[in-house]
Design a protein around this ligand. Structure first.
Ligand code: DGL
Length: 241
């Protein structure tokens, strides 16, 4: 067993969806999780605010024995990953919306993301980028009643059919089925698998995919209780996230 852990960081519960995939791909590793739920959502903040929140949290992460940090947040990855990498001084991996896959196919593609992430991807031709103002907040406020979230309130401006829908925010995994039912795309894409591939190649950690959780993640930060409860009661039990 490796001594040092891999840290996973997000503005709140969204990164738990990435943590789930990470624990399934690398069951031999130890993970620690930091979700900054009190300051979520990050997606409506200025870059300056993001930087200050992120670096404070990275500082806390670095006070533990960690060998790498996964920024399981598209908003942070797209906007300030270089600054986080410089500050951390250990390997840092981001999660990005896989827009290039859709671009290559030339199919009609919709990117759903926070406003800050969406502003980095311009709508052109068959590609539409949509920033959702408060879906993250809706998810954070309804962790144990996700079924009550009215997805049409967030997506009612979408009035055409898309072949691909990209989940450009890690929180959206938790309402993925609602998004599929509402938009009925042929495919739904996200960035977590690309991140796992990169970790596999760059950290030379072998992928196992045995889908058995060997090490329970360790939760840190002011909101560790919230994240631990949501992990234990909901995320751990989701099949095929
Ligand atoms: N999970 C974050 C992301 O992937 C959500 C950002 C937010 O807190 O608005 O973008």
């Amino acid at each position: 067993m490796c001594e040092r852990a891999i840290a996973v960081f997000d503005s709140g519960v969204g990164g738990l969806s990435v943590l789930k995939k990470l624990t399934e791909s690398f069951p031999q590793e130890k993970f620690i999780y930091l979700g900054d739920n009190k300051n979520a959502p990050y997606g409506n903040k200025s870059k300056r605010e993001l930087l200050s929140l992120a670096l404070n949290n990275i500082d806390l992460i670095l006070s533990y024995k960690v060998k790498a940090i996964i920024v399981a947040c598209n908003t942070l990855s797209v906007n300030i990953l270089d600054e986080i990498k410089q500050f951390a001084g250990i390997p840092v991996f981001g999660v990005f919306p896989p827009v290039e896959k859709a671009e290559i196919s030339g199919e009609k593609t919709l990117l759903l993301a926070t406003e800050l992430t969406s502003s980095k991807y311009k709508s052109t031709g068959n590609f539409k980028s949509l920033g959702l103002k408060d879906l993250v907040e809706d998810i954070e406020s309804n962790l144990y009643s996700l079924n009550t979230i009215n997805i049409s309130r967030h997506l009612n401006c979408v009035n055409q059919k898309f072949d691909n829908v990209i989940l450009g925010c890690t929180h959206y995994f938790f309402v993925k089925n609602k998004i599929i039912d509402y938009l009925k795309p042929l495919r739904i894409l996200d960035g977590a698998d690309n991140t796992i591939e990169k970790i596999n190649q760059e950290l030379k950690i072998t992928k196992h995919s045995e889908k058995i959780l060997r090490n329970e993640p360790f939760f840190i930060g002011n909101n560790k209780k919230t994240n631990k409860c949501f992990w234990n009661l909901v995320v751990k039990n989701i099949k095929n996230l």
